[in-house]
Design a protein. Structure first.
Length: 132
């Protein structure tokens, strides 16, 4: 099999054709990107303590958050934002310049006028409401 850098060798015990085997294994390479994304975006490479079950639960919660983020990007985000990394998405949409205020027993989020992607943010918020 030929690749961009030359030839690729795969040693297996499957009896399928070379093209079928290459298609099967080719999709597995993207798993490294998902692992890197979970490390950078949610800190899945960091352990919180020395207890096994606490670390296990911590990792599960981080993976649940990562999967919710992927589902959010797939179902709610416009296609231009759905390919953003977790870090970039967080920087653009989660860390927005705003202040949370209370008045007359109601909480309001006052978003700064300098937030450039307000329209996209509102479209995503409306898409979330339509899911309910």
């Amino acid at each position: 099999m030929k690749s961009f850098y030359g030839s690729t060798k795969i040693v297996i015990n499957m009896k399928d054709s070379g093209d079928e085997i290459w298609r099967f294994y080719n999709h597995r390479a993207c798993m490294e990107n998902y692992i890197k994304e979970s490390k950078n975006g949610f800190g899945s490479d960091q352990v919180s303590g020395e207890e096994f079950y606490a670390n296990f639960a911590d990792l599960w919660l981080k993976m649940i958050a990562y999967n919710i983020h992927l589902l959010f990007c797939k179902e709610v985000c416009p296609s231009v934002y759905s390919t953003y990394t977790v870090s970039r998405f967080k920087r653009i949409f989660w860390e927005i310049p705003a202040i949370l205020v209370t008045h007359a027993r109601q909480w309001k989020l006052k978003i700064s006028n300098t937030f450039r992607r307000f329209d996209s943010w509102m479209r995503m918020l409306q898409a979330i409401h339509q899911l309910e």
